[in-house]
Structure formats: structure tokens, C-alpha cells
Design a protein around this ligand. Sequence first.
Ligand code: SF4
Length: 454
Amino acid sequence: MRRNLLAWYDKCKRDLPWRTLAASEPDVDRRAYAVWVSEIMLQQTQVATVIDYYNRWMQKWPTLQALAEASLEEVNELWAGLGYYSRGKRLQEAARKVVSELAGRMPRTAEDLQKLLPGVGRYTAGAIASISYGQATGVVDGNVIRVLCRLRCIGADSSSPAVIDRLWDMANALVDRSRPGDFNQALMELGATVCVPKAPLCEECPVKQHCRARRRVEKELGLASRRLLGTCAPVPDVEDCGVGGCPLCPPATEPWDSSLGVTNFPRKAAKKQPRAARTATCVLERRGRCGAPQYLIVQRPSSGLLAGLWEFPSLPLALGLQEEKQRELLADHLQAWTGRPVAAGGLRYVGEVIHIFSHIHQTYVVYSLPVDGDVTLDPVSSPSRWVTEEEFHASAVSTAMKKVLKACEKQRGEQNGSGKVSKRKRGAKPGGAGSRPTGTQLSLHAFFRAPSPQ
Ligand code: SF4
């Protein structure tokens, strides 16, 4: 199986920048760094998306030392759009640690990599050590889980500790001793290009003669046709040992589904539903030089979700609030930030923008507020700045915020295009600012009223 898999990999592997670097870089620390960056970027993100980010990253920070000297702001700017922003932050923290505490020398084994570097788990440590140092250690990622579960007909929940432990044992036993890095990459490549989640290409598979899932499909087909012809009674098979409470077999309550074929494996636990969250967001817009729009953005706290990224002034909302109430809360929030009263009716409702984070189903309730003066927010609670559209896209902003801006621009385009007000938006009161033609620039004083005398 090793021979077949490696021969296939040598012939069919995709040409990827981190592979070229790992194969050509003579300096072991630089090589490990190049592999490390690729592995962190590839977690939860498709290869096609990563390539451009990887090339730009390695061009900007070709060494650990260069990355250690970068600011978090620069890291976030380059990472913007890749998602899971804490990965970039932790990569940089770990690079600083290698430079300041380990004299710029990467730990040389999978065990030390995992122990000493923040953000480096068992998989990443195994990948760096096998690809960069030739350590004969296996790796288990989503692709490897799928391939091994099919090869060995492992049908129990593939995220259970019993299955994960067994898969690590198998990966460590299987890894080729003379080419561990290539072998691990070959196994992952097989999962990414041939043994794919839906409709795997079994006929093209270099290890098909070792695949028990494939054998099982053939056996089930034979049984089904014999049953049709009435020539045999079903005979229990020792491999179908789910009834015996085996921690690796499919549970007896979920028998073989002939419509799924080899994709009966692996079985996944029911996905946990993401938690719902709502946030009111306000796009404050003013006209800059030559009439080009500028937007106010504020920086998020340096820890937690989207740490250190920039966003439009936002306020988390309780679920189930009426639109009117949301608007009032947002107006109060802006008022506290600016130190001046803000009229809730001045906020123009744009719509809702949905963004799915890994564990959160986030709804942004978007408002806009055109102003003709300078507004700054309390710099102690949150740094803020005005940016042009171009600067906005070059800033460390999340994909969700780009969607928010797009929704505003779409609304403005629609309204400018028709030359009249579109139908009144939810929550906008007749005669209120929400019902004005949106092409009209509103005075700052229309929104920030002077406080009434006590
Ligand atoms: Fe995957 Fe099919 Fe190959 Fe088995 S034969 S490992 S199911 S692609």
C-alpha cells in the first residue's frame, strides 16, 4: 500500500508553493517555518484560497525573524478574509517565542513542537516534523480520517476518542519510514482529490485493493442480487460486529445504507447547531475629498472573537428585540461613544446581513448614518478612524464587515439608480430620517441634537 500510494503521489501530486519551498529550502528552520505557515493556513480553508495568501505572506515575512517583528495589525491585514483570525495571531506569537526564547531555532521533534509552540497541535506538529525533518510520525486530519475509516470500514462516530486514538495508531504504524513527509502528504492528497467526501473516485484509487469499504460494497451488491434471485439467506459476517458493542464499528441502530456505498464511512456525530447571535451595526458615512465616501471604523478588543480587527460601530443585541428597540439601543450606544445625543430616527435601516462563523450564526442588523462633520469615538474604549472604500478593503476587516458595506452600497445604488425613495424600510417612520431620499446628505446636527437644559 505504501509503495502504491507513494508512486501515485509522485505522479499525480498538485504543484503547491509550500511543497516547492519544502523541497528546495536547504535551511531547516526556514523549511519548518514554510511548512508551518501552510499548515496553519490550510486548517479549515481550501487549498485554492490559501495559495494567494501563502505567497503574499512568505513574500512579506520569509523568515521567523521577519514575522516576529511584524505588528498584529499587519498580520490581521494580510489574514483578512481567511477566517479564524486567531490562527494568524497565534502563529505570530509562536514565531516571537521561537525568536526570543529558543534562539530562532524551531523545535526538532513533533513532541517538542506541540509542547513548546502555542497554536501547534498534534496534527500540525506531526506535519512539520515529518515534512521538514523526516521524522517518521503520522498525521490525522479530516482527509486522513476519511481515507482510513474507509480503508478499514470504521463506522463508529469518527470524532469519538476511541476512533481518533485508533486512527493515530494506524497513521503512526502506516507511515513510510524512508519518506514520512511524502507519505503523509500522499494520504492527505488522496483524501482531497480521490477519496473525497461525496462521490469518491474508487476506480482511480491507488489503494483500492486494500480498501474494505469497497469490498463491502461489492459484497452487499452480490448479496442483494442473490436475494433477488432467492438463492441465499443472509449470513452474518464477522466484520459486521456492530452488535457486539465494538467501539469502531457502525452502531447496530444505523445499519449499512446501500444507497451510500463507500460513503457509509466515516460516520459523523450530529453537528452541533451554531448559537444564534444578533448585532446592531452602524455604517457612519461622510463625504471626503472629491466627494468620495469615507466610513468610520473602530477596532475590536485584542482578545476574543475577531480580536484586533476593525469593524463598523457595533452593539451585541439580545435575541427577540423589536426593530424599534434595537434602533434605540444603537442610538444610545453611539451617543455614549460620541458624547453627544443621537436621534434614533436618524438611523437609516439597511437590512440584515447573515454571516456564519464556525460556532455562531451571526445576524448583523445594519443601519447607516450619513454625516457632514467629523465624528470620532472615545479613543479609550475603542480606537477609531475614517477610511475610504479602498482603505477599508485594505484594512484588517472581517468578511462579515465587507458584506455589511456591500449591503449599504447596494441600497444606495438602488436608490440612486431609481432617483426616488424605494419603499419604506422596516422601522423607518413616515417623516423621519429613515424615509428621506437616501441620496440626500443629512446634516450632522440632524442626528446629534444639543442636550436639553436641565
Ligand atoms: Fe476511498 Fe474508494 Fe480508495 Fe476506498 S477505494 S480508499 S473508498 S477512493
